[in-house]
Write a protein that binds this ligand. Structure first.
Ligand SMILES: *[C@@H]1O[C@H](CO)[C@@H](O)[C@H](O)[C@H]1NC(C)=O
Ligand SMILES: *[C@@H]1O[C@H](CO)[C@@H](O)[C@H](O)[C@H]1NC(C)=O
Ligand SMILES: *[C@@H]1O[C@H](CO)[C@@H](O)[C@H](O)[C@H]1NC(C)=O
Ligand SMILES: *[C@@H]1O[C@H](CO)[C@@H](O)[C@H](O)[C@H]1NC(C)=O
Ligand SMILES: *[C@@H]1O[C@H](CO)[C@@H](O)[C@H](O)[C@H]1NC(C)=O
Length: 336
């Protein structure tokens, strides 16, 4: 009946005539057609929950209407057909036990599945009426999003660092959309604060001091919205790095000076030893040189607190030189 009407409309090629006809049909529909109203053309459902595809109709006739709900697909799926609230025929297996029709033509769906998502068309006709009313209701089915987390490689970063990445992830939730907050204010794509296409990853390029702030990310879908715990990013200035480095340098210098100061007594000891060796030389003019050398350094080591292996080796070598030097010196001294 509807198809016939549409076909006849197409045949009337003259635009003005078509307009007049359309006006006529419109007026007629108001008079004796079914007028369906739909307060919410978009219904957001939760997986496992219920959704009411709410409509109501007005008609001049008091007869029971024929109601048909279809899910729009490439090949439309008939969800339910009824006369009044009495369902005609058998329901498809996927709809059994989870469908309810109301007097006003509304459809209640229980135990929502992700596959229920789509555009639904309702047609309501009353046998007496010439025209069928129709409406579209969109249904979304989603899983609520879980709390997201912000992943960062480190909680502090040095000023002028080329790239710093903040990564937002979440465990569950369908159709997530991401957004970022810096110090509680939403961030927009910027030449320096770059958001990835899906806004999951925030990349800070050429870090500046003003990037030192609290960051959080938000995940939303049609039924839920969650915000991550805030993450504090600390930016260290280059100047503070120089201070740290120069402090380190000063500390190193002090350490070196202290070490040098501690080394000095060993020279004195050397002189003492030299004095002793002088006596030895005096006592045994023709004595065995190597014999003395072996004994003296041994005493020397016992007095030293913590001699390192390499240090000992060096000292040994140095002492040999000193002792030889002194021996030769005193040999010369005594002979000439
Ligand atoms: C259908 O009803 C609405 C209000 O309920 C009204 O505004 C609209 O004009 C009606 N449409 C027709 C074709 O009568
Ligand atoms: C249709 O009826 C149902 C159940 O009584 C009600 O919840 C819903 O709001 C009604 N829809 C409209 C559009 O009035
Ligand atoms: C319903 O869905 C269709 C197809 O996805 C879309 O074109 C239309 O704008 C949607 N309507 C509403 C009210 O969301
Ligand atoms: C973000 O984190 C996810 C999960 O930890 C990981 O798979 C992804 O590679 C990360 N992306 C970037 C740009 O670091
Ligand atoms: C932000 O800008 C960059 C480059 O200008 C672009 O690649 C990226 O897709 C943009 N992100 C968003 C969410 O628009």
């Amino acid at each position: 009946m509807k198809a016939e009407r549409e076909a006849s409309c197409k045949e009337t090629a003259v635009p003005s005539l078509f307009f007049l006809l359309w006006l006529f049909i419109f007026t007629l529909a108001g008079v004796c057609g079914v007028n369906i109203s739909c307060p919410s053309p978009l219904v957001r459902g939760t997986l496992g929950g219920s959704a009411l595809l709410s409509v109501s109709y007005t008609s001049t006739s008091s007869d029971k209407p024929v109601i048909k709900w279809q899910l729009k697909r490439d090949k439309p799926v008939t969800v339910v057909q009824s006369i009044g609230t009495d369902i005609i025929g058998n329901l498809r297996p996927e709809y059994r036990g989870r469908i309810l029709l109301y007097e006003n033509g509304s459809l209640l769906l229980h135990h929502l599945q992700l596959s229920d998502e789509g555009t639904y068309e309702v047609e309501i006709s009353i046998t007496d009426d010439t025209f069928t009313g129709e409406r579209y209701v969109n249904l979304t089915v989603d899983v609520p999003v879980s709390r997201p987390f912000v992943h960062i490689a480190a909680s502090s970063v040095l000023e002028l660092t080329e790239l710093f990445i903040l990564n937002c992830t979440h465990d569950s939730g369908t159709k997530p959309t991401y957004s970022w907050l810096k110090g509680g204010k939403s961030l927009t794509n910027d030449s320096r604060l770059l958001l990835s296409h899906d806004q999951k990853v925030l990349t800070i390029s050429r870090v500046v001091m003003s990037d030192d702030d609290v960051y959080s990310c938000r995940v939303e879908n049609p039924i839920s919205s969650m915000k991550s715990l805030p993450v504090k990013l600390t930016v260290y200035g280059r100047s503070s790095l120089y201070i740290i480095l120069s402090m380190g340098g000063i500390f190193l210098l002090i350490t070196l000076v202290t070490v040098c100061a501690c080394w000095k007594p060993s020279k004195k000891k050397r002189q003492e030893l030299a004095g002793q060796s002088r006596q030895n030389v005096a006592e045994q003019n023709n004595g065995n040189h190597e014999g003395n050398v072996d004994i003296l350094p041994a005493r020397n080591y016992q007095n030293r607190r913590n001699p390192g292996g390499l240090y000992v080796l060096k000292e040994t070598v140095r002492n040999y030189y000193y002792y030889y030097y002194y021996y030769y010196y005193y040999y010369y001294y005594y002979y000439y």
